[in-house]
Design a binder for this molecule. Structure first.
Ligand SMILES: NC(=O)c1ccc[n+]([C@@H]2O[C@H](COP(=O)([O-])OP(=O)(O)OC[C@H]3O[C@@H](n4cnc5c(N)ncnc54)[C@H](O)[C@@H]3O)[C@@H](O)[C@H]2O)c1
Length: 438
C-alpha cells in the first residue's frame, strides 16, 4: 500500500484495507446446511449475468450446480453444455422454474432473469426453504421489492442481491474516508452513467417467436405483447414492463454507493426530468437522457444518464463523486481518487492519486453468499440493502413518469398526496400470475 493511501486509511480511523468485510447484521437465519456440506444450487435465467454468476459460484469448493432453467431452450442447452464441460457433471434442465422449487435437494437458487421476473422466483424459493442470490435491481417495482424483503424475513432465508460493489475492498476503503469527514461536509453525491449500449437497437418489426422459446413464460406476469427482438434478450431493459432503463440498470449500482454513505436513509423529495431526445427511432421506451435529484435536509444525491454516449464526469463514463467542502472523492469499478479544494492558494486536503481496484468484487460477493448460506448470517448485500437502492432508482423513474416533484413519507412508505405516483409503485400481474401475498 502506498503511504498516501495508508495515511488516508489511518486518518479515517478504520483499518479497512485487506480487512474481512463483516456482515451487516448478525441475527442467525434458520439453520439448514453444515459448513462441510456441499451447497447444491440451481440457476434460473441462464443467458448473460446468470451464467456469469453461476461460473463464479462454481469456483468455490463445495458448490455444485444441480439444475438449470431457462424459457429459451437454445440458451439453456448452450449454457448447460458449457457448465457440463466445466464441471464434468450434467445439471438437470428445466423450462419452468416452479419444478426447481419442488426439488428438496436444492439448497439455493441464482435468479438471473430480466427484472420483471425477479420477484416470483425469489418469493417462491424463500417459501420453499431455499436461499437466493438474486440479480439487481431487486425487482421492477417498489411493491415487489417490499414483498421480497417480507418473504426473506418470514421464511428466514439468506438473500444476497447482485450489487457486487458491496463486497469490493476499494469501495470499503473509499467509504471509510467519506465517513471519516476528511472531505468536510458532504453537500452533494453525484452519480452518473453514460453508456453506449443505452441507445439500444434500431426499431425492427415484430417477428415470429423463435423455435424453442416459451414466450408466454418469458412475459410471465408482464402484459401480453407481440414478440420483438428489440424487447427480448438483453434489450428488455428499455421497456417499462420489464425494466427501468439506465436508471434501474446502472443507477441502482451507483445509487447504492450513495445510500451506503447515508446509511440507507431515503430522501424527502424526488424530482426528475428527461426524455427520448437522441434516439427517437430506436426500440426504447425509457429515457435516453435523464436527471434525478434526491433532496435531503442538507444534501443532494443526483443521478444523471445519457444513453449512447461514453464521456462522463471527471474523465469517467460512470461513477460516484462525493463532493465535500475540503475535496471530492471520485470512484468507480476501476478505482478511486481524491481531488482537494484550494483555498487562498493552499490545499485544504491532500490529493490522493488513483487507487486501483483489485477487480475481485464479484468473486468476493458470490463467496460471501455461500459463506452466509452455511453460517446463516445476513449477507453483505442483504435484501434490505437491495430493496433500498432499487426503491431509490424506481422513485426517480416515478418522478420522471409523473412529471411531479414527489415527497416521500418514510412512515407510510409511500408518496405524500400523490395517488398517481403511488399507483406506479405497484405492478399489474397478468393472469394466471398473482402478486405474492405473505
Ligand atoms: N450485477 C451486475 O453487474 C449485472 C450485470 C448485468 C446484468 N445484471 C442483471 O442480471 C439480470 C439478467 O440480465 P441479462 O443481461 O443477463 O439478461 P438476458 O436477457 O441476457 O438473460 C435473461 C435470461 O433469462 C431467461 N428468462 C426469462 N424469463 C425466464 C423465466 N421465467 N424462467 C427462466 N428463465 C427466464 C431469458 O430467456 C434469458 O436467457 C437482470 O436483472 C440484470 O439487471 C446484473
Amino acid at each position: 500500500m502506498n503511504s498516501t493511501r495508508r495515511n488516508f486509511l489511518k486518518k479515517s480511523g478504520s483499518l479497512v484495507a485487506g480487512a474481512v468485510v463483516t456482515p451487516l447484521v448478525s441475527t442467525k437465519l434458520g439453520a439448514t446446511i453444515a459448513p462441510s456440506d456441499t451447497v447444491r444450487i440451481a440457476l434460473i435465467g441462464c443467458n448473460g449475468m446468470g451464467h456469469y454468476d453461476l461460473k463464479d459460484h462454481l469456483k468455490i469448493p463445495g458448490v455444485d450446480c444441480v439444475a438449470m432453467c431457462d424459457v429459451d431452450e437454445n440458451i439453456l442447452n448452450e449454457r448447460a453444455a458449457d457448465i457440463t464441460k466445466l464441471t464434468g457433471k450434467a445439471p438437470k434442465l428445466y423450462k419452468d422454474y416452479r419444478k426447481i422449487m419442488d426439488d428438496k435437494s436444492i439448497d439455493a437458487v441464482i435468479v438471473g432473469t430480466p427484472d420483471h421476473w425477479h420477484c416470483l422466483p425469489t418469493v417462491h424459493a424463500c417459501e420453499a426453504g431455499k436461499d437466493v442470490y438474486v440479480e439487481k435491481p431487486l425487482a421492477n417495482s417498489i411493491a415487489e421489492c417490499q414483498v421480497m424483503l417480507g418473504a426473506a424475513r418470514r421464511y428466514n432465508r439468506v438473500v444476497q442481491v447482485g450489487q457486487q460493489q458491496r463486497s469490493g475492498q476499494h469501495w470499503h476503503d473509499a467509504l471509510a474516508v467519506v465517513k471519516s469527514q476528511q472531505l468536510g461536509k458532504i453537500r452533494k453525491i453525484k452519480t452518473w452513467g453514460f453508456f453506449e449500449y443505452g441507445k439500444t437497437s434500431p426499431r425492427v418489426p415484430d417477428s415470429p417467436v423463435p423455435a424453442g422459446v416459451d414466450f408466454e413464460m418469458w412475459l410471465g406476469p408482464a402484459p401480453s405483447r407481440t414478440f420483438n427482438t428489440g424487447r427480448f434478450h438483453g434489450n428488455w431493459r428499455f421497456s417499462w414492463d420489464y425494466g427501468g432503463g439506465l436508471l434501474t440498470d446502472w443507477g441502482v449500482h451507483l445509487l447504492d454507493i450513495a445510500l451506503w454513505a447515508v446509511d440507507g436513509d431515503m430522501p424527502k423529495s424526488i424530482l426528475s426530468a428527461g426524455g427520448i431526445y437522441a434516439y427517437k427511432d430506436n426500440a426504447i421506451e425509457t429515457a435516453d437522457t435523464q436527471t434525478v435529484i434526491y433532496e435531503y435536509d442538507d444534501l443532494l444525491i443526483e443521478w444523471e444518464h445519457a444513453g449512447g454516449l461514453n464521456k462522463g464526469y471527471y474523465g469517467r463514463n460512470y461513477g460516484v463523486a462525493f463532493i465535500g467542502n475540503n475535496g471530492t472523492l471520485v470512484i468507480n469499478r476501476e478505482g478511486w481518487e481524491i481531488m482537494g479544494e484550494i483555498e487562498s492558494g493552499k490545499p485544504k486536503i491532500e490529493a490522493l492519486p488513483l487507487q486501483a481496484a483489485d477487480k475481485k468484487d464479484h468473486e468476493k460477493h458470490v463467496s460471501n453468499f455461500i459463506a452466509c448460506v452455511k453460517s446463516r448470517q445476513h449477507p453483505i448485500c442483504d435484501v434490505e440493502i437491495g430493496r433500498n437502492s432499487a426503491m431509490l432508482a424506481h422513485m426517480g423513474n416515478i418522478a420522471y413518469r409523473t412529471g411531479d416533484k414527489l415527497y416521500w413519507d418514510k412512515t407510510q412508505q409511500q408518496f405524500k398526496d400523490n395517488p398517481n405516483a403511488n399507483g406506479l409503485m405497484l405492478p399489474s400481474y397478468r393472469n394466471p400470475w398473482e402478486f405474492p401475498v405473505l
